[in-house]
Design a protein around this ligand. Structure first.
Ligand code: GDP
Ligand code: MG
Length: 177
């Protein structure tokens, strides 16, 4: 379920899921490198990034996987999901259609992963206030229905990006420790 080096060392695989263009690659770029790309070049090439974090005095390495654009063809491979203990399922608050896809991403996740995989639903692009098509209330209530954590983020202005990744890493740690 998870790999442990010595007893103080944890490695968690976390996957990013959600429709193309919702901002998955930029959330990772913001979290791991404090970078943002106004085009979609950030998707290309990166398989995963490892980030260290300390929880309760233990060092945790979060290996965060990005799809490399496979989701455009709904062809995310089973290798991508293999061994994942957490997932960020991301939609774009300015595109309702990406919110309507969340159920399918959750189904796919549960086909490939342990039922106990920890999931946070992420409504990204909260900076696009005038273009909003999905309210925070809608996001929250879907998360409650499906027993997911929930947060709205902006990879552009950085709000809640760290908090979203930290929440899922801490929750995984709490369940496994
Ligand atoms: P991915 O296909 O899910 O990996 O999405 P990308 O990270 O490639 O982002 C798709 C587009 O949305 C790019 O043009 C990004 O610059 C833009 N984008 C990503 N996150 C945000 C955000 O939080 N706010 C705004 N306004 N644009 C964003
Ligand atoms: Mg991408």
């Amino acid at each position: 379920f998870y790999s442990e080096g010595d007893s103080n060392d944890y490695l968690f695989k976390i996957v990013l899921l959600g429709d193309s263009g919702v901002g998955k690659s930029n959330l990772l770029a913001r979290f791991a490198r404090n970078e943002f790309y106004s085009n979609s070049k950030s998707t290309i090439g990166v398989e995963f990034q490892t980030q260290k974090m300390e929880v309760n005095g233990k060092e945790i390495k979060a290996q965060i996987w990005d799809t490399a654009g496979q989701e455009r063809f709904r062809a995310v491979t089973s290798a991508y999901y293999r061994g994942a203990v957490g997932a960020l399922v991301v939609y774009d608050v300015s595109r309702r259609q990406t919110f309507d896809s969340v159920g399918r991403w959750l189904d796919e996740l549960h086909t490939h992963c342990d039922m106990n995989v920890i999931i946070i639903l992420v409504g990204n692009k909260s900076d696009l206030k005038d273009a909003r098509e999905v309210s925070a209330t809608d996001g929250k209530s879907l998360a409650e229905t499906r027993s997911l954590f929930f947060m709205e983020t902006s990879a552009l202005d950085s709000s809640n990006v760290k908090a979203a990744f930290q929440t899922i890493i801490k929750e995984i740690y709490n369940i496994l420790s």
